[in-house]
Write a protein that binds this ligand. Structure first.
Ligand code: ATP
Length: 371
């Protein structure tokens, strides 16, 4: 069921279109993540949802009700900010209680909910402290507890983990999911970090230049990217991209790059036949390049490429290998292996088996996926 519906939202600042025709639906208990590079319009979209930014055109509905002209305090939205926005002169207890007190909620309810929320986020021993006596992670949990005690129509998160170090961030992601599951209410989470988006989002909307390029589950974005931009933005390490051309080879279709040729999988031939002779971009994900001996599919000349190993980085699951293609204009690319590769391979040429069914192809001009 759709709880929040934004239709053709536009935000214009003088001659700058910060948000350009954004439409999204948010389900009753859905966590939707807005992700995209700096300046793509994420925060502006969020500020229109909460009412801090007037909407230039388009319609915003909470349930059946159009809320374009409704003031922020009457929209009943709970928001968690990047800088936590907690009051320095209030204690932790007062900070958590603030929203409930401002709405003149029942006192008994406040004194019941505040300690319960603090317990959930492991800050119940800190209730009497002031924010300056807290660590960054604790402050962030105060901000989450403050959102938890509210019964809001919509929960918004504006890069709430940006100020935390990598280790705390993982714990904090769990805390945010805890808050979301506890509330079971529509939520929108803004980040520029695709791994955070993948970890948190029921669905993810990828934004670029004020527009949504694609909305889908993490798996959909990863396996069926709408464009080269989405393919590159989602996944770490990023997908390897090569300029290429499609050529007919006795009914088969070869994907020819400056350094190597791979054959298109049978199931993609119909979709790409019309592009034979045209420039395309070939996308190969690092995990779809395998050492031939460990490849989970038959290895042939049509699916083998070569690279020179530059660096081998061990990981918990195997290794990340940084390579350069052969040929005059060697291009750097990355492969991730499920097994370790001995350091003796550095500087050597190695064959790599390409999982042809996982190949991505994009129109070189429009950057749209051909598959
Ligand atoms: P970041 O990840 O860096 O926070 P963002 O995706 O949240 O970026 P926005 O803050 O929404 O991006 O900004 C979108 C665009 O609108 C940017 O080009 C920004 O410079 C512009 N912009 C934002 N606020 C204003 C304003 N008050 N006046 C003019 N331009 C603005």
């Amino acid at each position: 069921m759709v709880a929040i519906a934004a239709t053709n939202l536009v935000k214009r600042y003088q001659d700058k279109l910060a948000v350009n025709d954004v439409s999204l639906d948010i389900g009753e208990d859905e966590l939707l993540v807005l992700v995209g590079p700096s300046g793509c319009g994420k925060t502006t979209t969020l500020r229109m949802l909460v009412g801090l930014e007037p909407i230039t055109s388009g319609t915003l509905r909470f349930g059946e009700k159009v809320v374009n002209e409704i003031r922020p305090k009457d929209r009943n939205v709970a928001m968690v900010f990047q800088d936590y926005a907690i009051f320095p002169h209030f204690t932790v207890y007062e900070n958590i209680a603030y929203g409930m007190r401002a709405r003149h909620e029942n006192r008994a309810l406040i004194s019941e909910r505040v300690p319960a929320a603090a317990r959930m986020f492991r800050i119940d021993h800190l209730l009497k402290r002031k924010p300056r006596q807290l660590s960054g992670g604790e402050r962030q949990r105060v901000a989450l507890a403050r959102a938890l005690v509210r019964d809001a129509s919509l929960y918004l998160y504006d890069e709430p983990l940006a100020n935390l170090d990598a280790q705390l961030r993982h714990q904090a992601r769990e805390d945010i999911l805890l808050l979301h599951r506890e509330k079971g209410r529509p939520s929108v989470y803004v980040t520029h970090d695709q791994s955070e988006a993948m970890a948190l989002g029921d669905r993810i909307a990828v934004m670029r230049d004020g527009k949504i390029q694609q909305i889908g589950t993490g798996t959909e974005l990863y396996d069926q990217p709408y464009s080269r931009f989405v393919a590159f933005f989602i996944g770490t390490p990023s997908i390897n991209l090569f300029d290429a051309e499609l050529r007919n080879n006795n009914g088969e279709i070869d994907i020819v790059t400056q350094a190597f040729t791979v054959r298109a999988a049978d199931e993609m031939k119909e979709k790409i036949r019309g592009h034979i002779g045209r420039p395309v971009t070939l996308g190969l994900r690092p995990e779809d390049l395998h050492p031939p001996r460990n490849a989970p599919f038959p290895v042939t000349a049509e699916n083998t490429i070569h690279g020179i190993v530059n660096v081998i980085e061990p990981t918990s699951t195997g290794c990340t290998v940084y390579l350069t293609t052969l040929g005059a204009e060697g291009q750097d690319f990355i492969a991730t292996f499920k097994a370790r590769l001995p350091a003796s391979y550095i500087g050597k040429e190695v064959p790599l088996a390409v999982n042809r069914r996982k190949i991505q192809l994009f129109d070189a001009e429009t950057e749209r996926s051909l598959l």
